[in-house]
Design a protein around this ligand. Structure first.
Ligand SMILES: *[C@@H]1O[C@H](CO)[C@@H](O)[C@H](O)[C@H]1NC(C)=O
Ligand SMILES: *[C@@H]1O[C@H](CO)[C@@H](O)[C@H](O)[C@H]1NC(C)=O
Ligand SMILES: *[C@@H]1O[C@H](CO)[C@@H](O)[C@H](O)[C@H]1NC(C)=O
Ligand SMILES: *[C@@H]1O[C@H](CO)[C@@H](O)[C@H](O)[C@H]1NC(C)=O
Ligand SMILES: *[C@@H]1O[C@H](CO)[C@@H](O)[C@H](O)[C@H]1NC(C)=O
Ligand SMILES: *[C@@H]1O[C@H](CO)[C@@H](O)[C@H](O)[C@H]1NC(C)=O
Length: 461
């Protein structure tokens, strides 16, 4: 081969490479300019539905389209919430959980038989609770700025607070002590998003208190507007909250999506409309803002029961149509299907967003003894760790989340077994519910157990 032809071949290679580079640059530039369109395109590929349909479902102005959904939620799920002084309606509406997770102490006897020394791999969910005088990490009196009074046990009649004085110690993991300035520095210019139900909101409030030291922090900016988190007219509260710590430009936000499905009212002008609950589509908010997040923490679970679905008028949809599949109509199966779907979607998005880390938080256990939430069930024990302080099992107690994450890049934030040991740390009977005589053995006192979830999250970030 003559040198000349080789050069021209090389030249052609170089110009091809240049063209490729140019195309990539233009594509990247377009993505920067209009990331929503790209997100939609990949969402469309993933779900194989016409882009026109999907575009129609994703608002270009979330304040308009989140409104009907919100109104539905407020009206049917949370009618008497929440100037902060009234207990969240949620717990009263919660029907008994489906039998998918039967939490009982005996579970550990069965599942904990594997030798704990079998593996030296760090598993944050395996270890023990230890008394620690440096807990809690903030004051329930002090963190008024972010803590809902309904979850601040220090503001209730509750007389016992020994539950505040413990820390989770993983067995084989190096877990540095939480220090809020180090945390904020680590999260410099980063955004942490919680999307999930009220237990996700508890974790969000906990992190806000941890990051601010539980003190008034007037410098923290509210940036709800950046995420379209406006309070819809007539609603009692917005869909979520977003705050920025200006020194490190760290953003922490929460968005309410109790089922992690896309919810679309079937008739926007009808206040009593049914709502399509698309089991195979992530919430519009998540599709829209995923590319803004560095850390995303998801959870769902306690809304997957007939009572909640009926109260919210949620109607299962699959593939854009009302669900016809008898198997999926069974709520535990629908929940499993949704968790698998959303995890698969996120796993497909992760290669497009290398800086994003996604955690799926396992289910938070309930502790109603001698009844359920609506028939006198209580959680009156006040002695910490009376059922033991250790988790020795290797796998998660949340088999659905564990199975859905297997083989994906979505990480598990496994808090189920460790929280199962803390039945004394719920709101219990100290809820502001007048004469209703019911206990809240689902939500946790803050400060409290969700602080430990955040410590585990931060260690794994
Ligand atoms: C939103 O979409 C409507 C039409 O669907 C359009 O008239 C409006 O200008 C859009 N708003 C923004 C902010 O893009
Ligand atoms: C702060 O972070 C946001 C995103 O979280 C970013 O848009 C903005 O440019 C950052 N500001 C500065 C001053 O770096
Ligand atoms: C939507 O709801 C409104 C108000 O209830 C009603 O007038 C209208 O007929 C409904 N539209 C459809 C298509 O059902
Ligand atoms: C959950 O869904 C996945 C994927 O659809 C399926 O493989 C698995 O068998 C389901 N698990 C249960 C417990 O239904
Ligand atoms: C509240 O419920 C408990 C448990 O069911 C019951 O023993 C008690 O008498 C009830 N108290 C009132 C004031 O109704
Ligand atoms: C994860 O998947 C592998 C095979 O892909 C299987 O052997 C293993 O049992 C799974 N683990 C769980 C917890 O589902």
């Amino acid at each position: 081969m003559k040198p000349g032809s080789s050069y021209s071949l090389m030249g052609r290679h170089i110009s091809l490479a240049l063209v490729a580079l140019l195309v990539t640059t233009v594509l990247l530039w377009m993505w920067e300019k209009n990331p929503l369109a790209t997100t939609l395109r990949s969402a469309q590929l993933q779900y194989q539905i016409p882009s026109s349909e999907l575009l129609a479902k994703v608002p270009n102005d979330s304040s308009k389209t989140t409104k009907p959904t919100k109104v539905i939620e407020e009206q049917y799920s949370h009618p008497i919430i929440s100037d902060g002084t009234k207990i969240e309606k949620e717990i009263m509406r919660a029907a008994p959980m489906e039998s998918m997770f039967a939490y009982s102490p005996e579970m550990y006897d069965v599942e904990g038989v594997t030798s704990s020394s079998a593996t030296e791999v760090c598993n944050y969910a395996k270890g023990r609770w230890v008394a620690d005088s440096r807990r809690p990490l903030y004051s329930g009196f002090g963190c008024k700025q972010w803590l809902s009074p309904m979850w601040s046990c220090r503001l209730t009649q509750r007389p016992d607070f020994s539950f505040e004085g413990y820390r989770w110690l993983p067995q084989n993991c190096d877990m540095p002590e939480f220090e809020r300035f180090a945390f904020l520095r680590k999260m410099q210019d980063k955004t942490i998003a919680f999307i999930g139900d009220s237990l996700g909101r508890q974790q969000f409030q906990s992190l806000m208190c941890m990051a601010s030291g539980g003190e008034g922090s007037p410098e923290v900016e509210n940036v709800d507007w950046e995420y379209g988190l406006v309070k819809p007219r007539g609603a009692i509260r917005p869909d979520g909250w977003a705050y920025r710590f200006p020194k490190t430009n760290t953003t922490i936000l929460y968005y309410w999506s109790a089922s992690l499905t896309d919810l679309q009212p079937l008739n926007i002008t009808d206040p009593a409309t049914n709502v399509a609950m698309h089991l195979d589509r992530p919430p519009a908010f998540m599709r829209r803002f995923l590319h803004w997040f560095d850390v995303l923490v998801l959870n769902t679970g306690h809304h997957w029961n007939r009572g909640k679905l009926n109260a919210n008028r949620w109607v299962m949809y699959v593939n854009g149509k009302p669900n016809q599949d008898k198997n999926l109509a069974d709520i535990p199966n629908a929940k499993n299907f949704t968790i698998f779907s959303i995890v698969r979607w996120l796993d497909s998005q992760l290669p497009l967003q290398p800086r994003l880390q996604v955690f799926f938080r396992t289910i938070s256990p309930r502790h109603f003894f001698n009844g359920d939430w609506n028939n006198g069930g209580t959680c009156d024990n006040t002695t910490p760790l009376s059922g033991g302080s250790e988790v020795v099992q290797d796998g998660s107690s949340d088999l659905v989340v564990e199975a859905a994450l297997n083989g994906t890049k979505v990480k598990i934030l496994d808090i189920t077994a460790i929280s199962e040991l803390r039945d004394e740390a719920h709101m219990s009977r100290y809820t502001d519910r007048g004469t209703l005589n019911v206990s809240d053995c689902l939500h946790w006192c803050l400060p409290g157990i969700p602080d430990a979830w955040n410590e585990l999250l931060i260690a794994q970030m």
